[in-house]
Design a protein around this ligand. Sequence first.
Ligand SMILES: [Fe+2]
Length: 203
Amino acid sequence: MPTARSDNPLRIRELTGKDKSENRNVTEDWTKASPELSTALDIIQFERNDQLEICDGLELIADQLPDEVNVLLYESIYDKLHRNLPTYHRNEEALFELISERNSSWGDIGVILERVRREHTIHNCYAHELYENLEVMRAGPGIRNSSMIGYMLRFCFDSIRRHIAWEDLTLVPLAPKVLTRSDLVKLCETVQRNRKAIGLSAM
Ligand SMILES: [Fe+2]
């Protein structure tokens, strides 16, 4: 069993040396458009930035293969991969479904939503496999199949980064244009309930 919980969002950033300012902050635009949008969307933006931090951590692990075992980095990623990522996806899907309901006349939105769900499922499957491999790797040096694990790591973080960039181009910009205040209240309840279910703090 993992021995460390990764509730501290700064930890991967500290370990990878990536600066917070390198993450996008789309909600600055959302908040300017309508201040009451900020709470639910801020949480989702925080979680999207956290996904990018997971990618940074996975990239560093891949770069350090096969010799280096950075236990702190592995431990900071365990729960985020296994526990947080599926919840972040559920929260994004709740947002995108609301956008879809408000924007149903846009013909492609159903196709886009289906692609989002499919990619989330793929990422969750990869995250689960990586989680199991990280557990073995954490045990110490002498990693078997390091080239295969390196390939899995690179596929996973490349795919998640591309996916987030694509969502930023398609669905995310629609949020301030189509969501109502009641949508945001509903979204906030859903997001907080999903976070609470896995022991994450309310924000
Ligand atoms: Fe996503």
